[in-house]
Design a protein around this ligand. Structure first.
Ligand code: ZN
Length: 204
């Protein structure tokens, strides 16, 4: 896909995932950004930075925006979706914790693998996301379980920053996050829609 203008992410949007990291479910969506420079395609290599001892996968449903959405209603946001992508919100978990904010831990080059775009609007409350490492299933979630449903999430974001065509919104990761090591093959699949598969290597 073309590089998005911005990638807006939400933390702790699945109850079980918030719990597994010892966090409360937030009362409002917890937003952060990943830089467009982190995007890689399926088949490219995820580079583990030397600065981190713990790089995790986070399989997520990515929403591709197809309209200009500014202070838009949930219904208008749902109508403004262009497609969906499998997205891996790769995270240097140790740096995310030690920095106290997430820009570095979430922002390294290669930390945002994005699969081919499926054009259209699937049932927004019934998308299944699965993460596998070396063929073994590690995460399985459905957007039915989201704390903040996709139209509400997009509307909330649009009241902060204008969503523009090509922007991507990552909707949070289900339980089961875990570390990657050099040589691993990690894939995130939106069943029936998109798949992104990448190998992992130490930073050259
Ligand atoms: Zn995430």
């Amino acid at each position: 896909m073309n590089r998005p203008g911005k990638i807006v992410c939400v933390g702790r949007n699945y109850r079980e995932h918030a719990k597994e990291l010892g966090n409360e479910v937030p009362s409002a969506p917890m937003l952060f950004l990943k830089p467009p420079s982190a995007v890689i395609a399926s088949g490219a290599v995820i580079e583990m930075p030397a600065a981190s001892q713990r790089v995790d996968y986070e399989g997520e449903v990515g929403i591709v925006i197809g309209a200009t959405l500014r202070r838009a209603t949930p219904a208008a946001c749902a109508a403004g979706i262009r497609g969906v992508v499998a997205l891996n919100d790769v995270t240097a978990r140790d740096l995310q914790k030690s920095d106290g904010q997430w820009t570095r831990g979430k922002g390294f080059d290669t930390f945002c693998p994005i699969g081919p775009e499926w054009a259209g609007v699937p049932p927004l409350d019934a998308i299944t996301v699965v993460t596998r490492v070396n063929g073994e299933e590690k995460q399985r979630g459905s957007t039915a379980e989201l704390v903040f449903a996709i139209p509400d999430l997009l509307s909330y974001i649009s009241h902060v920053m204008t969503l523009e065509p090509g922007d991507v919104v990552a909707t949070g990761t289900p339980a089961g996050v875990g570390p990657l090591k050099a040589g691993d093959v990690v894939e995130v699949e939106l069943e029936g829609y998109s798949l992104v598969r990448n190998t992992v290597d130490a930073q050259a």
